[in-house]
Design a protein around this ligand. Structure first.
Ligand SMILES: NC(=O)C1=CN([C@@H]2O[C@H](COP(=O)(O)OP(=O)(O)OC[C@H]3O[C@@H](n4cnc5c(N)ncnc54)[C@H](OP(=O)(O)O)[C@@H]3O)[C@@H](O)[C@H]2O)C=CC1
Ligand SMILES: O=C(CO)[C@H](O)[C@H](O)COP(=O)(O)O
Length: 472
């Protein structure tokens, strides 16, 4: 009986395409899905030379795999992963490897690693980014955990991943659930950048009165320069897309309520949990929540109308400033996400190699951008950089754009155009680069009403003052 090198469970958007990608690179792959229709479709979409087989029985699927079995799960995060594990683990043998390639919560991965280890099985969490197309032609792949299992998978992962300068966009992301953690933070940054792009769009549309054709040209120009990135590129193309149900552009027919599956929220929760400041990512999560208040927003907009958005004095300068503001606030969002990874690596003993993280994000993934080349150089100079803003070469870029960020933020505030992402990126930058923050006063207040104590600037120790009885 023929034995397949790899197995994929879950033949939806990502699983089917990842399976084809693996098969394209000379590996034989078996696929399983609960939905028999998807199993049958697998063969329809295959191209010649692929050694693949779709199976509708889990037992047949497991039997069809060579030993040790290497099974990639591509099912929705949460209960479906546990359901698959419950059914499949009794069929597996010692040394078999299960790789969860979905957007699973890292705590779930930790639990599953321990559970499968107690059965003599390897379990790995592995982030995959690039969407449908990326999965098919070359995603960015973030494996972590079991090193022994990783070594077995490495040749396959390196062959199917995206390539930048001939180097694969995959690397070992660290111990335990590091792979899922890095992917979670990737998505948090993704949320922030998407929020910032939407604000730049709003400023150009409402502030400068630009239409979709003009927006297309601006994003095209941005994408041809230092802002080149996947998200700017697809935004450019979105402005060109006509609606098939009306004569309008599709973007104008899409309801302004943003969905979310959870990875952005987890990133924010995690940052709060381990004490890392990532306000632009937080605000991107909360902005999607706020967008869902559509009916209330309609009422509020009638109660508080904003009829006097001023046209910028010099359109060329305004567009340049919005572009620079988007570039810098994007850079600051990456800085926040990467700082979270630095702290999480210490906190959870993940040993995340930051230099490899930015290296493998340069291609294949949703947040790929040419800016990551500069981060890669920064981490090459100093792999222990606690915040990307502290790198001297990065600081030169930041300094060259700060004025534009302030001008853009100021225009948005003066004209009542919501720009939560831009404001928080600037606010974070201003706080992070301030030697003396006014929180001495907060410490005084805490000590005043709750005897919470404070530290002093002139001597070591913990102090408390009876505020109402001394020197007042
Ligand atoms: N879509 C994207 O762009 C990206 C998604 N991801 C992550 O990848 C994972 C998969 O996402 P995606 O491919 O989009 O999801 P889909 O819903 O398209 O596919 C999931 C597939 O898994 C099947 N499935 C569910 N439960 C089981 C089970 N117990 N046994 C076998 N098959 C099962 C589903 O079948 P049925 O439909 O019948 O329930 C479906 O075919 C998720 O964790 C997602 O967050 C990661 C990166 C990008
Ligand atoms: O993982 C991804 C890309 O890297 C998914 O596309 C992402 O999870 C989408 O998230 P959301 O639905 O919350 O916007």
């Amino acid at each position: 009986m023929e034995r397949y090198n790899y197995g994929v469970v879950g033949l939806g958007v990502m699983g089917r395409n990842l399976l084809y990608n693996i098969a394209d690179h000379g590996f034989s792959v078996a696929g399983f899905d609960l939905d028999k229709g998807k199993v049958d479709e697998l063969h329809t979409g295959a191209t010649g030379g692929m050694e693949i087989k779709g199976l509708a029985s889990l037992e047949d699927f497991v039997t069809a795999l060579e030993s040790p079995r290497k099974i990639i799960l591509m099912v929705p995060a949460g209960k479906p992963v546990d359901a698959v594990l419950e059914n499949i683990t009794p069929l597996l043998g010692k040394g078999d490897i299960v790789i969860d390639a979905g957007n699973s919560y890292f705590r779930d991965t930790e639990r599953r690693i321990a559970d499968l280890a107690s059965k003599g099985l390897h379990f790995m969490g592995m982030g995959v980014s690039g969407g449908e197309k990326g999965a098919r032609t070359g995603p960015s792949i973030m494996p972590g955990g079991d090193l022994e299992a990783f070594k077995l998978l490495k040749p396959m992962l390196e062959s199917i991943a995206a390539k930048v300068d001939g180097e694969p966009c995959t690397a070992y992301m660290g111990k335990s659930a590091a792979g899922n953690y890095v992917k979670m933070v990737h998505n948090g940054i993704e949320y922030a950048i998407m929020q910032l792009i939407s604000e730049a769009y709003d400023l150009l549309k409402r502030g400068a009165n630009l239409n979709n054709d003009q927006l297309y040209e601006i994003f095209k120009e941005w994408n041809n320069g230092e802002m080149n990135s996947f998200l700017i590129e697809i935004t450019r193309d979105i402005f060109r897309q006509k609606d098939s149900l009306s004569n309008a552009y599709l973007v104008d027919m899409i309801l302004d309520k943003a969905g979310a599956k959870g990875t952005g929220k987890w990133t924010s929760e995690q940052a709060m949990e381990i004490g890392v400041s990532i306000p632009t990512i937080d605000i991107a999560v909360t902005s999607r929540i706020l967008s869902a208040y559509k009916e209330e927003r309609i009422k509020a907009s009638q109660l508080y109308p904003n009829d006097d958005v001023a046209t910028p004095e010099n359109m060329k300068i305004f567009i340049k400033e919005v572009g620079d503001a988007l570039y810098l606030s994007t850079l600051i969002s990456y800085a926040q996400g990467l700082a979270l990874l630095v702290k999480a690596s210490e906190e959870y003993d993940f040993d995340i190699p930051l230099k490899d993280v930015v290296k493998i994000w340069r291609g294949g993934c949703i947040i790929r951008s040419v800016l990551l080349e500069k981060f890669y150089s920064a981490y090459t100079r100093n792999p222990n950089l606690s915040n990307i803003l502290l790198d001297e070469e990065i600081s030169e870029i930041v300094k060259s754009k700060t004025h534009s960020l302030r001008k853009t933020a100021s225009y948005a505030v003066s004209n009542g155009i919501s720009s939560l992402g831009i404001q928080t990126a600037l606010g974070y930058f201003d706080a992070y680069t301030t030697e003396f923050l006014p929180v001495n006063l907060i410490q005084a207040q805490r000590d005043y009403f709750g005897a919470h104590t404070y530290q002093r600037v002139d001597r070591e120790g913990i102090f408390h003052t009876s505020w109402d009885s001394t020197n007042i």
